[in-house]
Design a protein around this ligand. Sequence first.
Ligand SMILES: CC(C)(COP(=O)(O)OP(=O)(O)OC[C@H]1O[C@@H](n2cnc3c(N)ncnc32)[C@H](O)[C@@H]1OP(=O)(O)O)[C@@H](O)C(=O)NCCC(=O)NCCS
Length: 415
Amino acid sequence: MTKVEIDELIKRVAVKAALETEGEPEPGLTSEINWPVNATINRGLEGAISNTTKIGYVNGAKGWLIYRGLNCFDLAEKSSFEETTYLLLYGHLPSRAELQGFNDKLIAYRILPDAVLDVLKAMPKTSHPMSLLATAVSALGSLDDEADDISVTNETEIAIKLTARMASIAGAISRLRRNKEPVNPDPDLTHAANFLYMMTGTKPDEASERIMDASLILHADHGMNASTFTTMVVNSSLSDMYSSVVAGIGSLKGSLHGGANEAALYILEEIGSPENVKPWFEKARAEKRKVMGFGHRVYKAYDPRARILGPIAELVAQKNSESQKLYNIAIALEKEVIEVLGAEKKIFPNVDFYSGLIYNAMSIQTVMFTPIFAVSRIAGWTARALEYLEDNRLFRPRAVYTGPIKAEYTPIQDR
Ligand SMILES: CC(C)(COP(=O)(O)OP(=O)(O)OC[C@H]1O[C@@H](n2cnc3c(N)ncnc32)[C@H](O)[C@@H]1OP(=O)(O)O)[C@@H](O)C(=O)NCCC(=O)NCCS
């Protein structure tokens, strides 16, 4: 067989195939081209419904967030992140024995393989922690011999592994970028406390642990948000759970989604003082610039998560004058934005507006805010990907093609 023979074969079949498929495109469901265009396009898939779920419910008009029937307010008050993750994954609150078994797994899985730490150490300290998180999860997948076993049983185990390790990875990233060695998890600490310990190297006080736990509970699941949908899309092709979660991390990083917590803090720093809020906001409006930490595709009422995180932010802001200053700017900005955009466009603060203020007051670096979101949202990503896998169908929407369809190929020497 020679290259000339292959060239001739391709030429022969291509000419025949072109002749056999000649004609005008027809509109309809069997085509990506609706010609003439007669499709309704919901930009950003707004309003599109892709599946049913029993995992969680967001009611944007009421400002409700419900996990498996339980209100997020109840869970923030009475539950723990470990218990909430179990609830999302298995559909019921665990018994003492079930929670103990789940905890034992988290303790065992929290320890990171040395190879993952080596990969993180080989990366530049300037990399964004979300990119490092994706790199580390990808490395975990490569190290797991069972990664390609996509049975629900194995993928559930991977979900638990990833829930445990996302916090360990984020902790290690936070330390490595500050030239500090990662610390090993402590089996006697809760998930929230361990996470803070692995970031700071110091066992947290009870108040900090409680705040982190509540924040992790409130971020654990949130309907068909972009990163959850991304994770599900990848998993629906029967890819492995690690690859699906890497994709979810990529989606969460963006400033319209999880990255907004980081972006919101930068805005508060940019504003600089409560007196500067009004002129800053007027300029932002004139420039059609979005105020990060405000607005939501689904909530047209106050974000229930912000209802809890707002007062926590107020409390922790009292820790020092810098945090108090940022909080005062935030309150002034919230008032201004709601006055102008609340009535006009139903824009209110979202979860990312207050979470960043809290983490900042807890002395967590701003670039670590979105990884904290991932440490929690891993629960929702994996629970929903697993639920969908039980009755899987490949996600595959269509696009309306608006380009030419009968262009001539021009050889490179004639272009
Ligand atoms: C979350 C978000 C992406 C939802 O977007 P969406 O449903 O696609 O809504 P759009 O971006 O189309 O916005 C609709 C209108 O509200 C305005 N708007 C939305 N969010 C806004 C914000 N944060 N600041 C100012 N205006 C905003 C848009 O400019 C648009 O106005 P227009 O109709 O006059 O053009 C959007 O509100 C946003 O970008 N918020 C800032 C980022 C953020 O906090 N993300 C975290 C979400 S939890």
